[in-house]
Design a protein around this ligand. Structure first.
Ligand code: ADP
Length: 268
């Protein structure tokens, strides 16, 4: 059940005011950060940001700043964990102590354990795990700065890191949360909207296969609102997928150009 709406100020991205919020919508109908109900926050992605991982990605989704790293497929230790017919996918979602306003304990909490599990389950259907029996694929997601929707942005970044690591996948995976604020369905909730809103529904989608791999719902949505939220969430994921695809194309056309340049130099 959604936490009861609190009048106590939640420090947000959108302002550093300490007085209680009257409403999550402004008089002109826009959200506190100036977005319409269907608008995504600004998103920036980068692939191949870490030298020591097999694959990596960085995403800024609104004020969220997240880095994802992938190792594998590689030999699994300890060996008794190995699965005879497929690769073991492991995922670790962690929030840095400085990622939220009040220092977060460095020890992994129950929330991080739960999110590690749901993120793994949302990514695994996209991976050809049966190609790598007894191996492991390790996914690490570090939240450097959190502002609502970190599990979804984490999924988007991790899928990019998996692709960057060359892990064979049937599709990318994209995440985006939809929710309800002031009785209206809104896309891509920020921290303050997540905390003070009426509902939050994180979604992850394999965009070309049109398969939903994560669907959670916290709050009360009517069947009609749920349907609307799902439709809007899918459209939002498809928009983010375009950005994911573009960033991969850009990265690998650069790599291809560098390789061709090197080959040319060797031939000369
Ligand atoms: P998600 O980040 O996927 O929306 P939650 O709904 O659990 O996951 O969290 C919503 C937001 O609450 C987070 O994005 C973050 O901004 C904030 N938050 C989460 N954990 C903490 C914490 N320990 N301290 C302060 N803020 C937190």
């Amino acid at each position: 059940m959604k936490k009861k709406r609190s009048v106590r100020r939640v420090n947000s991205v959108t302002s550093s005011r300490k007085e209680p919020l009257e409403s999550l919508l402004r008089k002109d109908g826009l959200r506190l950060d100036g977005r319409g109900l269907d608008d995504l926050r600004p998103i920036r992605m980068e692939v191949g940001v870490l030298d020591n991982a097999d694959g990596s990605a960085y995403i800024e989704h609104g004020r969220n700043k997240i880095v994802a790293a992938v190792y594998g497929p590689r030999e699994l230790h300890p060996k008794h964990l190995a699965l005879p017919d497929k690769a073991l996918v492991r995922c670790e979602y962690r929030m840095a102590t400085f990622s939220v306003e009040e220092r977060k304990s460095p020890a992994p909490g129950r929330r991080e354990v739960e999110l590690s599990k749901v993120i793994r389950e949302s990514l695994e259907p996209a991976i050809f795990v049966y190609k790598y029996p007894r191996a492991t694929i390790d996914i690490f997601i570090q939240i450097l700065q959190a502002d609502g929707g970190t599990r979804c942005a984490g999924v988007t970044a991790a899928a990019l890191a998996l692709a960057d690591a060359g892990v064979p996948m049937r599709d990318l995976v994209v995440g985006c949360a939809v929710g309800k604020i002031e009785g209206k369905v809104a896309v891509d909730l920020s921290d303050v909207e997540d905390k003070l809103g009426d509902g939050d529904m994180p979604i992850a989608l394999m965009p070309t296969k049109k398969v939903i791999t994560l669907l959670q719902c916290d709050g009360n949505l009517t069947p009609e609102e749920f349907k609307q939220a799902l439709e809007k969430g899918i459209v939002a994921c498809e928009k983010i997928y375009e950005m994911q695809r573009d960033v991969l194309i850009e990265r690998y056309s650069k790599v291809r150009d560098e390789v061709t340049e090197e080959q040319r130099e060797e031939e000369e």
